[in-house]
Design a protein around this ligand. Structure first.
Ligand code: PEP
Ligand code: MG
Length: 856
């Protein structure tokens, strides 16, 4: 006699039955909820994961007793029920229990054609999925003789007649589904969707709703929102018999629309009472399951059966709209609505997206460096991009990698594609700041700058002027111009983020260099500017020339003259920023990059510069060479320039103070924040502070206006973090520049690391690219040390992060737990940061004991 397990082998799902998602899977639990809501669900039995595991190991449950729960002539379906619906599972098997006797009975009540079709479908499914026979032999459509042929083929292939005992049929189906779940392919597929290695499968056995009968019968699905936009809309189909059985005893099938439609008959017209009942079921599901569900139903002789219900599949924009609508309707709380939207998914709403419903012709793939999608004509130089923009032709700038002089070309493009580079390469950082879709490191594509061609791995050659699409969300380069979805900065998006602001407890600022950036920061409701990189203001053509004159100045006096020409330009920049930010804090970083970045790198550029400066070419070339450093990122840049060429910082601080006076006169009072980059010693701060105080006193004197300002330090060298205690003596704030801090902590060039990062991550040397994901163990320790030592000296010290990591949810969690006051990130990442910060606050509230050093 067969030995049975000591756990409950199966459970008839009733309102009070002991069914749980962990033990029986999501589908069993969901069906129990539908049953509790009194929806007309056919009798359903849940097999717990333990049972299914035992079945896979050969220990079968008592399937005769199980089948008996479905009456004397049972017909059942078997569906998978893993803990998470995303993990998939083996396909559903319908009509288990179908045999010659049942076939004869059905032929009498519903006609031969209907009975043949049902039996044939079961034989085919059993042959394919259980007996694993050749699909070609079991794919015939229902037609006269097809059933007999399938039964004969089964017998010929297996040397036994098709099994007639329903209990045996069920046992075989259960065994094959349980084993399929254990197979390697299924394991790999679900692991890719985040399932743990030990993920288990439950199974659900349900009485078949036959969807055939003399009265209105058929089956279908219905949902009440559109899955891409989230807009309320009834969507689905109903496949039914047209007018009951035909005169010849057969059945004619027809697909009906659900809602009245000019293209053809609809269930709403032909059976309004059934349609009304479906709407009622939908409403009950939405209100009581607190979710938008897709309902699978059958109509058997005029009676609706609810077979299953699954959460509506949705895009990011639909997820936001659905969550906000459920909260606005009082079905879920605002907190729940916040937690139902994945923060990173919000960035899909800020940009155009390739419509997920259209096919993609992929040319290549790279690193998805800046989200969103755009279509344009290929250009290979910044100048061509500007010319294209002047003609109002959208273009995509394709470069091996970009350099500071490409910024204007990037501005003129709708997207950027580079063959080289990583997440913190120039192209990636600038594109994220500008909100331009970008793919970097697309090494599958070969760029030939001289021929102006781009060749794909499959040999297609694209030329300047050809159209392509950059999908910076997925990292895919696509041919042509696929249909796009527009950005969705709608009411739902804004409402959700306002709710997020009400619960989050860490500030969110934006990194913004230009008035356009600042306007974007305001649009996304950043609480201020956490980093304004002033050097980006000098790349406009008129300024670049003056800048170069300043660099070439022989004497302090000549330098001062050039800087005096830059002063009004800088002052105007800052006035614009202060005006746009309207009293919100603005943190301006003094000049940071090595000077040679402003000099031409090729002969043509040198010649032009010689002309502009009226100096011999040889002198220009010599000076450029003299400024060239072996390690410019570790050389004459940041505060080192401020100490050795102090006139630059004098000009900048004067521009900041004069702008403060001017902007405060006409609008909200401004308290500028001035940040010193690349500090490694307290004395650097003292020197800059002394000069800055002197400039402030001079401007106060000259203008007769009083103003405050805050001077702070950008912590981007390990030494600054370690010496934060003494540096804080002269600093109102510390802001961690984790791009340089990562570079210097690892001794890893942020511009070159892309070359081996892939191999390092693949071999597990680094868990992630540390320029992309904050290295909490190493760089993070420096952040903790710096914040702690700084605050020991000055408890009111403002502490923040402004490197690229600032917008990552993981870093926000880290900085929040460490008691930072705010994070600052690219304007386009602000919405993600606002929602992520709210998530962490809510999750902490749910765990009140875990307050890990939170200050605010
Ligand atoms: C940093 O180093 O983290 C930073 C924000 O500055 P930049 O990227 O301009 O060097
Ligand atoms: Mg830096």
């Amino acid at each position: 006699m067969q030995k049975h397990a000591d756990f409950a082998e199966f459970t008839l799902i009733e309102p009070s039955a002991d069914v749980s998602t962990a033990r029986h899977g999501w589908r069993a639990k969901c069906l129990q909820r539908l049953i509790r809501l009194d929806l007309p669900v056919p009798p359903t039995v849940a097999l717990p994961c333990d049972s299914v595991r035992a079945i896979a190991a050969g220990q079968m449950p008592d399937t005769a007793r199980l089948m008996a729960l479905f009456g004397a002539a049972p017909l059942v379906s078997v569906r998978p029920s893993p803990e998470n619906p995303a993990w998939g599972g083996p396909g559903t098997v319908l009509n288990v229990g179908m045999n010659a006797e049942r076939h004869a009975a059905l032929a009498r009540t519903h006609g031969t054609e209907a009975a043949d079709a049902l039996y044939l479908r079961f034989v085919q499914a059993f042959a394919l999925h259980v007996a694993r026979l050749d699909p070609d032999m079991f794919s015939a459509p229902p037609a006269s003789g097809a059933l007999a042929a399938a039964l004969a083929a089964y017998e010929a292939e297996t040397d036994e007649p098709f099994p007639q005992d329903p209990a045996r049929q069920l046992a075989e189906v259960l065994r094959s589904m349980a084993r399929a779940w254990e197979g390697t392919t299924a394991r790999l597929l679900r692991a890719a969707k985040g399932a743990p290695a030990e993920a288990a499968l439950g199974l659900v056995v349900q009485g078949m709703a036959l969807a055939i009968g003399p009265g209105r019968s058929g089956s279908g699905t219905i949902q009440f929102v559109e899955g891409v936009t989230g807009a309320p809309q009834i969507i689905g189909r109903f496949r039914g018999q047209e007018n009951g059985p035909r005169a010849d005893g057969g059945i004619s099938e027809a697909t009906l629309f659900l809602v009245a439609d000019p293209r053809g008959p609809a269930l709403e017209d032909v059976a309004p009472e059934l349609f009304g009942e479906l709407l009622r079921h939908g409403r009950i599901c939405r209100e009581r399951l607190r979710e938008e569900m897709q309902i699978e139903f059958a109509i058997e002789d005029g009676a609706i059966k609810v077979i299953d219900a699954v959460r509506v599949q949705r895009s990011s924009r639909a997820a936001v709209r659905i969550a906000v609508a459920l909260a606005n309707d009082g079905i879920i709380s605002r907190e729940d609505a916040l937690l139902r939207v994945e923060p990173r998914a919000l960035s899909d709403l800020l940009h155009f997206q390739v419509d997920p419903r259209v096919p993609r012709d992929r040319l290549g793939r790279g690193i998805a460096a800046s989200p969103g999608a755009a279509t344009g004509k290929i250009v290979f130089t910044a100048a061509a991009a500007q010319a294209s923009a002047a003609r109002d032709e959208p273009c995509i700038l394709v470069r091996r990698e970009t350099a500071p002089e490409d910024i204007r070309g990037m501005h003129a493009s709708v997207a950027v594609l580079t063959e080289r580079g990583g997440m913190t390469s120039h192209a990636a950082v600038i594109a994220r700041g500008l909100g331009l879709p970008a793919i970097v490191g697309a090494s599958e594509l070969r760029l030939n700058g001289r021929e102006r061609t781009l060749t794909t791995a499959d040999g297609r050659v694209l030329r300047e002027g050809d159209t392509l699409t950059v999908d910076g969300t997925t990292g895919e380069v696509l041919a042509g111009s696929p249909a796009m979805l527009e950005p969705a900065l709608d009411d739902g998006f804004r409402t959700l983020l306002r709710w997020a602001d009400n619960v989050r407890d860490i500030g969110i600022r934006a990194n913004a260099d230009t008035p356009d950036d600042a306007r974007t920061a305001r649009m996304f409701e950043a609480e201020g500017i956490g980093l304004c990189r002033t050097e980006h203001m000098f790349f406009d053509e008129d300024r670049l020339t003056v800048m170069r004159e300043m660099i070439f100045a022989d004497t302090g006096e000549d330098r001062r003259v050039a800087l005096e020409r830059l002063l009004p330009m800088q002052r105007a920049d800052f006035i614009a920023l202060f005006d746009i930010m309207a009293g919100l804090p603005v943190c301006i970083r003094l000049f940071d990059p090595p000077l040679h970045e402003f000099l031409p790198h090729d002969r043509e550029g040198m010649r032009e510069l010689a002309e502009a400066l009226d100096r011999p070419l040889s002198e220009v070339t010599r000076r450029v060479e003299a400024l060239t450093e072996f390690n410019p990122m570790l050389g004459m840049r940041g505060v080192r320039l401020g100490i050795t060429v102090p006139e630059i910082y004098d000009m900048q601080t004067r521009a900041i103070f004069e702008a403060t006076v001017e902007a405060s006169r006409r609008g909200a009072a401004v308290v500028p924040e001035i940040m010193i980059p690349l500090v490694s010693a307290k004395r650097e701060v003292e020197i800059v502070k002394t000069r800055t105080d002197a400039v402030a006193a001079a401007v106060r004197n000259e203008t007769g206006a009083d103003f405050d300002y805050r001077l702070g330090v950008m912590v981007e060298t390990p030494r600054a973090a370690l010496r934060a205690g003494e540096i804080a003596q002269h600093s109102a704030f510390l802001s961690f520049g984790t791009n340089d801090l990562t570079q210097m902590t690892y001794g890893l060039s942020r511009d070159d690391a892309g070359r081996f990062m892939g191999s390092y991550v693949a071999q597990g040397v680094y868990r992630e690219d540390p320029f992309h994901m904050l290295d909490e163990d190493g760089v993070g320790e420096l952040l903790l040390i710096g914040a702690k030592r700084g605050r020991e000296t000055r408890p009111e010290l403002t502490v923040s992060i402004c490197g690229e990591h600032g917008g990552n949810p993981e870093s926000i969690s880290f900085c929040r737990a460490a008691g930072f006051d705010y994070v600052s990130c690219s304007p386009y990442r602000v919405p993600v940061a606002r929602l992520a910060a709210a998530h962490f606050a809510l999750l902490d509230r749910a765990r009140p004991q875990n307050t890990a050093g939170i200050r605010r």
